[in-house]
Design a protein around this ligand. Sequence first.
Ligand SMILES: [Zn+2]
Length: 173
Amino acid sequence: MNKHYDRYLVKHYPILYQGRYKSPKHTCMCWGFECGDGWFNLINSLSFVLEMISRKYHIQIVATQIKEKYGTLRFYYDWYYWWGSHYYRIPDKFWWLCELRGKVFALFLSKSKTRKLSRLITVLIDNAERVSHHICEQCGAWGKTRGTGWLVTLCDKHYKEYQNEHRTISNTD
Ligand SMILES: [Zn+2]
């Protein structure tokens, strides 16, 4: 993704993209948004909602990797809750364990609220990943996932270009 879009996302969603300039030891977000410009609007709208949820519920949803895989968007994240003086990570599958750790957490998020939030975040991200099946990764126009072996999601115009480039590369072998 181009620098302009990259900076826009990091600037507008500081909670979600707080790992953008951290070292590779800590997060894959240091590599930036590993997909084409065509998905900017999709990522932007998803980011807007996730940042809003973080602020509203006093949690932190933090992107750990965003990339294209098998022609579609992949959005990986961690989430944290505020406890005492620090944010603590909520484990993916065992988020309910957090409640056992301390009473303070229970004051912030009840078990049912945590479950609802967990589902909400999952649904939002799953939907965005599903929608990416229909958006050209290069230009953002209507597209579809296709290809033989290597899958790409492109509009007709960019798919033709992609095929031509692919042919040129094969011919020079
Ligand atoms: Zn296109």
